[in-house]
Design a protein around this ligand. Structure first.
Ligand code: HEC
Ligand code: HEC
Length: 484
């Protein structure tokens, strides 16, 4: 579907230049337009309906698991939700935290609306909290909380695009927020936190928020060729749509990577093992070395989580934490959408017409045969993502090159479950769906484009077409997304 031809985009361009000329913020431009729906021509201002409460939700297992699969799912859920401590006695599944870490359990960051999910809904009035505040000084730890973590904000993981004090040399890696210094189970360790305030004043600090893992077991088995074919199809329409997704290719074997904000991970096992090491500092068979090896702060033999060779325990306890956590995540069912309201159905049509589906591709289908069981076979999954990388412009760029992703590229995030998300975009910059849409192209909060030399966002035409919709139809799009 071409969004360049036709009325939508001509109006879109007009709306956009009017905005820039007048220097008005996006909301003002959209406000108080007359509704075209209904006979009463109501005056409406499009509003994000907010986090959808009540059921249906997410967090349950796929239906069709065998009883041993259900047992393994439940055991893995325990690993995913149990807090880790520093000491690691033999066969412990909860030892190995630190020396540096961001939090002490997977579910402290992956919790919304259930274990496995997104960063908790801790917006004013919600019941959640930014869990990092209950972790950073736990057991006597002497950490201070970096200013970018707030009690009502998303849980953010920090990266430095450049080496601290050396802004021409790329860094790009995660810098853990906390150390075990001062904890009663880490006596003798003396290790300072990274200097986040210096990084912030050097403009050398970027953030990422957690990504929910519901339905990821189905996403990871979509065949490589299905995703590359989608990229080919997109790029052959580029002249009409401005959209041409890039496949995130594993340089070792050509496999198609697909998880993470930059599409950096092939599947759940790699992600879990790396997350265990990066977020919690727990060494494992995939990442067997401590990230930080400061003398006096390394307390355990490595790997801290590994294959358990004691044959008297249950079979599903044999493997290490990454494996158990992976089984839990890969059996998590996709989020269940609400029954679409009339408005949401209209919004779904518009979402397609204005070209959101050029990237937020409605569905993929899993392979015809799975050794896990028929419950994973030939499933059409409505994830609303092409799992491809896109150039998203200066306002979203984080200047980090990661695998196939350039400094301005992001993987289209799946929108299934978006109805229950409290924060949007890779850095959790907003809890407002309207800002999330406008920010595909420019920084809508301050109403400007951003400095930098990256190409224009591939979403430019589609956001222009969104802005050209009547305020009633914009509302329908918002209602649709909040029903997902
Ligand atoms: C401090 C917060 C935090 C903790 C703790 C944490 N994560 Fe994450 N998780 C993140 C962030 C941030 C991302 C996005 C990473 C990126 O793409 O750079 C993420 C992404 C993921 C993804 C990718 C999901 C997708 O669909 O793309 C998986 C899987 C995951 N985490 C699993 C885990 C597991 C397993 C644990 C526990 C061992 C864990 N995480 C602990 C913050 C956290
Ligand atoms: C060129 C591809 C592309 C198009 C077209 C596109 N998006 Fe996106 N969308 C993305 C990417 C990439 C992100 C993540 C960007 C980031 O976080 O920096 C995103 C993020 C989002 C998010 C936030 C999801 C989250 O969990 O943070 C929403 C909501 C969304 N898009 C809705 C839309 C709507 C509505 C349209 C149509 C007006 C649209 N998108 C068009 C690629 C696209």
């Amino acid at each position: 579907m071409s969004v360049k031809s036709g009325r939508a985009v001509r109006l879109g361009m007009a709306a956009k230049s009017a905005l820039i000329v007048a220097g008005l913020c996006m909301l003002a431009a959209m406000a108080f337009a007359f509704s075209q729906a209904g006979s009463d021509r109501r005056l409406i201002t499009p509003t994000d309906p907010g986090v959808r409460g009540g059921g249906p939700g997410a967090g349950q297992a796929l239906s069709g698991l065998s009883s041993t699969q259900t047992q393994t799912f439940t055991a893995g859920q325990t690993n995913f939700t149990t807090p880790f401590v520093v000491p690691d006695p033999a066969n412990s599944t909860t030892g190995g935290l630190g020396p540096v870490f961001n939090s002490n359990s997977c579910s402290s960051c992956h919790a919304q609306p259930a274990a496995g999910g997104d960063t908790p809904d801790d917006l004013p009035g919600a019941s959640g909290t930014n869990e990092l505040f209950s972790v950073y000084q736990l057991d006597g730890a002497t950490n201070t909380m970096p200013s970018f973590e707030t009690t009502n904000g998303p849980e953010l993981v920090a990266r430095f695009p450049w080496m601290l004090n050396n802004p021409t040399v790329p860094d790009g890696s995660v810098h853990q927020l906390f150390t075990v210094t001062g904890r009663s189970d880490a006596t003798g360790c003396n290790l300072a936190q990274p200097n986040f305030s210096q990084a912030q004043s050097d403009n050398d600090l970027v953030f990422r928020r957690p990504i929910e893992t519901f339905g990821d077991g189905l996403i990871e088995i979509v065949e490589n060729g299905v995703i590359t074919a989608q990229a080919t199809a997109e790029c052959s329409n580029q002249a009409q749509t401005g959209v041409c997704g890039t496949v995130s290719v594993d340089p070792h074997n050509g496999d198609v990577n697909r998880l993470g904000w930059k599409g950096q991970w092939r599947g759940l096992m790699t992600a879990a093992a790396e997350e265990l090491n990066t977020e919690m500092g727990v060494t494992n068979e995939w990442f067997p070395t401590e990230i930080n090896q400061t003398q006096g702060c390394v307390f355990n033999p490595v790997p801290e989580s590994g294959t358990n060779f004691i044959p008297t325990i249950e079979f599903y306890d044999f493997t290490g934490d990454p494996e158990r956590m992976t089984v839990f995540m890969s059996f998590l069912a996709p989020p269940i959408p609400a029954n679409f309201s009339q408005a949401a159905l209209q919004g779904q049509t518009e979402f397609n017409t204005i070209g959101c589906t050029n990237c937020h591709q409605v569905s993929y289908t899993t392979p015809a045969m799975s050794s896990m069981g028929t419950f994973m076979e030939s499933k059409t999954i409505n994830l609303y993502s092409d799992l491809l990388l896109h150039h998203m412009g200066n306002c979203l760029a984080d200047n980090i090159v990661q695998g196939s992703a350039q400094g301005d590229m992001w993987r289209t995030p799946p929108l299934w479950g978006a109805g229950k998300r409290a924060f949007f975009m890779h850095d959790g910059r907003t809890s407002n769906l309207i800002t999330a849409i406008e920010d595909h192209v420019w920084n809508s909060t301050v109403g400007t484009t951003c400095g930098g030399s990256y190409a224009a966002s591939e979403a430019t035409d589609s956001v222009s077409a969104y802005n050209a919709l009547s305020s009633q139809l914009q509302q329908d799009v918002l209602d649709f997304i909040r029903d997902l």
